[in-house]
Write a protein that binds this ligand. Structure first.
Ligand code: AMP
Length: 398
């Protein structure tokens, strides 16, 4: 596939699928511009070439119905501010207004079509609908990593109406795919994965898929206790998936078979209740008393994990190692962030992706200290699980 920089869009109309599914407050004001800022370089490339841009995105879940609340009118002001250009919004998705406004575009103009999901054909992946969208522009750029795991009309199906000389990934999409590739295929060894979060069951496919790519695996968070109990430890009232004990043992065996060193916590901060103000004590991970639950890793685990992190050259971090939402149980997760920061400064590549680890990294200010923070929760998780993303596969076909 050609890279975006190999194209010159002078005088051309370029459809760009972005992911502007941004959070809004009660007055429908955008509360986090990250996704809009992330797409800006791609949009500016087209405009600076002398082309015009037609933005395609969804917002929320209107499920095929028009809804005033989910109209892109409400986010257009923020998009205009971020781009420094007044962005026009069509009153429909691919109707008369969209067609007329797209036809009237001049170089340097930006038009946003209405919410893709106002049309039920979007999520159904309708070929007709995709073809109508495709007819509005000369080129198609997919920069929506956050929706690349969906086989929708504007994220995947549309790509078939453009040949390899008329479609490309945007810069954001390219960066996301490169980051995943670096961790799963071309990372400098030792490659370390730090997996946390609540449950083994939600991470099992990721573990299966990444084992061949990694040398070391740190397991933290709520997942820990299923592994500890499976090995005969006492986990008290800690979160534990009783029906996954065998699976936990199988994972450990498989890791051993593949020469992956697994590090589990040695001590934990146990609480007498699931709240920030609960009484706490530091106990060995396999001797948690009844009535107590492990909510964060302890000081000995922190030290050991930091040591492992300091020797890694490539790091994937998915999932917090404690209940980081409670200040009193966020120490372990912050300590992981500190250690990743240190080793990244020394030249290691660190990718944080998928779900709550991104929230933790943002909350504690590590966003600019790791090499890359993924913008796509579900898409990143599916990539780590080894799924070929439909939005990516569709672009690779000629
Ligand atoms: P996930 O979405 O699977 O990455 O899970 C993230 C959630 O796991 C966060 O909301 C954490 O609060 C939670 N978590 C982490 N450690 C624990 C723990 N020891 N006990 C219960 N929940 C935990």
């Amino acid at each position: 596939m050609k890279k975006l920089d190999q194209f010159n869009f002078k005088g051309k109309k370029v459809l760009i699928r972005v992911d502007f599914n941004v959070p809004q407050d009660n007055a429908l004001r955008v509360t986090d511009k990250t996704r809009i800022q992330a797409a800006k370089p791609t949009i500016m490339k087209v405009l600076e070439d002398g082309g015009s841009v037609i933005l395609l995105t969804h917002l929320g879940r209107p499920k095929g119905n028009k809804s005033d609340e989910l109209s892109l009118r409400h986010i257009a002001g923020t998009v205009s501010d971020v781009l420094g250009i007044v962005v026009d919004v069509a009153t429909d998705v691919v109707g008369e207004d969209a067609k007329a406004k797209a036809a009237a575009l001049s170089p340097g103009n930006v038009l946003m079509l209405e919410n893709m999901r106002f049309r039920e054909e979007e999520e159904k992946g309708s070929k007709d609908f995709a073809e109508q969208l495709a007819a509005l522009g000369d080129y198609y750029i997919n920069d929506a990593f956050g929706t690349a795991h969906r086989e929708h009309a504007s994220t995947a199906v549309i790509a078939q109406f453009f040949d390899q000389d008329h479609k490309a990934f945007g810069y954001l999409m390219d960066k996301e795919l490169a980051a995943i590739d670096k961790v799963l295929h071309s990372g400098e060894k030792p490659v370390l994965a730090i997996l946390g979060g609540a449950k083994v069951s939600s991470k099992i496919t990721i573990i299966d898929n990444i084992l061949p790519a990694i040398d070391k695996l740190i397991i933290g968070g709520g997942m820990t206790y299923t592994f500890i109990k499976a090995q005969g430890g006492e986990v008290g009232d800690s979160i534990c998936e009783e029906d996954k004990l065998d699976l936990a043992l199988k994972i450990l065996e498989e890791a051993k078979r593949q020469n992956v060193e697994v590090y589990l916590p040695t001590d934990v901060i146990a609480a007498d209740d699931f709240n920030n103000g609960a009484k706490t004590q530091i106990v060995p991970v396999d001797k948690i008393p009844e009535g107590w639950q492990g909510l964060d890793i302890g000081p000995d685990s922190i030290q050991k994990f930091q040591q492992v992190i300091s020797t890694a050259n490539t790091i994937l971090w998915n999932g917090p190692v404690g209940v980081f939402e409670f200040e009193n149980f966020s120490k372990g997760t912050k300590a992981m962030g500190d250690a990743i920061d240190e080793v990244t400064k020394k030249g290691a590549f660190s990718l944080v992706g998928g779900g709550d680890s991104v929230a933790a990294v943002k909350q504690f200010g590590y966003e600019d200290k790791v090499s890359y923070v993924s913008t796509g929760g579900g898409a990143m998780l599916e990539s780590l699980e080894g799924v070929k993303l439909p939005g990516v596969a569709a672009m690779e076909k000629s």
